[in-house]
Design a binder for this molecule. Structure first.
Ligand SMILES: *Cc1c(COP(=O)(O)O)cnc(C)c1O
Length: 378
């Protein structure tokens, strides 16, 4: 088999080539106008994104980590308040909880969906618990119906980290439909270049339907300022650049089509790897669509690092998201989390392998990837 063009985890160049004329024009317009900060493109993107998400308020900010931090600042959580989040995730979620002097309570995830485990949430609720931060990992929503029910029962805030699942749809059993990130008290996302809706640098956004909260979030993101030079609360400086907003405005129009391409790749992989005794394909949650930020296999009964090395030799990149559970990281070690408290999280860290997943993968490349992998693991 001959090697196709260099295979990448994410092909940003190929995606850019297809929308280059439009994107370049939009960027040039910002440059010519020199409205680099809070220019019209920011407002336009914000308003288009509100329509797309069917939410009252989108507050753009500088990145996804800031979005999470500002969201938690807006909820007036106090030092020592407990915030429940998944142990198997990207570090940002737990990081901002810690930075604000809150106490991150890490809980188990579901072995099949990789998302936060509902029983583990319930088991960890105490009188100090103030919020739950479900991370919609790899592109599909956590079990929001049950999470919202728990939150209601215990009077908790829900902050959805939807950095990996923007555009996914979630449906409740009564038929109501929502975009990922618009169900909880506040939603947060990232426009990091490799995210499903990525800009050409850093960017992020916060969503809410609550007018009061939106006002507060906007204020906190702008130095806690209500009107110029009047500072009501302690804030930060976190903005989405006009150039990034101009790019995002164009990419937003393609977001659903991008999700479709990613789903086609996932179906191709599924077909190749289902029924294989040493490979477990990613499960789909029943109430959520999947936008496949990552396509993540579990490799069972074959040495994962050997597989990864052999794939690399054949020009196929594969990544481990995430290799070390948060409770074993020096920054997050805590008496509360005993080393082997998290058998599922640990098992996932030991077995997951994410394959190339992006909008530009063609059938030849997919055939090459799947055939090569199946020749390695017989
Ligand atoms: C990418 C990501 C973030 C952080 O986004 P940045 O824009 O890089 O700050 C937060 N949470 C999750 C789940 C992510 O994947």
């Amino acid at each position: 088999m001959s090697l196709p063009n260099k295979i990448q985890m994410v092909d940003l160049k190929g995606q850019y080539q297809k929308i280059k004329t439009e994107v370049d024009a939009a960027m040039n317009e910002v440059i010519s106008s020199t409205s680099f900060i809070n220019g019209p493109a920011v407002k336009e993107f914000q308003s288009n994104f509100e329509t797309y998400l069917n939410i009252k308020h989108v507050i753009p900010c500088a990145n996804g980590t800031d979005a999470l931090q500002i969201a938690m600042m807006a909820l007036d959580l106090k030092q020592g308040d407990e915030v429940i989040t998944a142990n198997f995730t990207y570090v940002a979620t737990a990081e901002v909880i810690g930075l604000l002097g809150l106490s991150p309570v890490l809980v188990e995830v579901n072995q099949d969906t990789f998302n936060i485990d509902i029983e583990s949430i319930e088991r960890n609720i105490t009188s100090k618990t103030k919020a739950i931060v479900p991370v919609h990992l790899f592109g599909q929503c956590a079990d929001m119906e049950r999470i919202m029910a728990i939150a209601k029962k215990h009077n908790l805030y829900v902050i959805e980290d939807t950095a990996q699942a923007i555009g996914a749809d979630y449906s409740f059993s009564d038929g109501r439909n929502f975009k990922a990130g618009t169900i909880g008290t506040i939603g947060c996302t990232s426009f990091f270049p490799s995210k499903n809706l990525g800009c050409f640098g850093d960017g992020g956004a916060i969503f809410t339907n609550n007018d009061e909260l939106a006002k507060k979030i906007r204020m906190i993101a702008h130095h806690g300022q209500s009107v110029q030079y009047v500072h009501e609360v302690l804030g930060v400086n976190s903005r989405l650049d006009s150039i990034q907003a101009a790019i995002l405005k164009i990419k937003l129009k393609h977001l659903d089509e991008y999700a479709l391409s990613r789903n086609k790749v996932a179906e191709f992989y599924d077909k190749a790897f289902s029924n294989h005794s040493k490979i477990k394909i990613p499960s789909r949650s029943k109430n959520s669509t999947h936008v496949f930020h990552q396509y993540t296999l579990q490799i069972i009964g074959y040495d994962r690092s050997e597989l990864r090395e052999k794939l690399t030799e054949h020009g196929i990149p594969a990544m481990i998201y995430y290799p070390i559970p948060l409770h074993k990281q020096n920054a997050y070690k805590n008496e509360r989390f005993k080393t082997n408290d998290f058998p599922i999280t640990q098992k996932l860290c030991d077995t997951v392998l994410s394959l190339p997943m992006h909008t530009e993968l063609d059938e030849d490349t997919l055939n090459y990837i799947t055939n090569t992998l199946l020749r390695i693991i017989k």
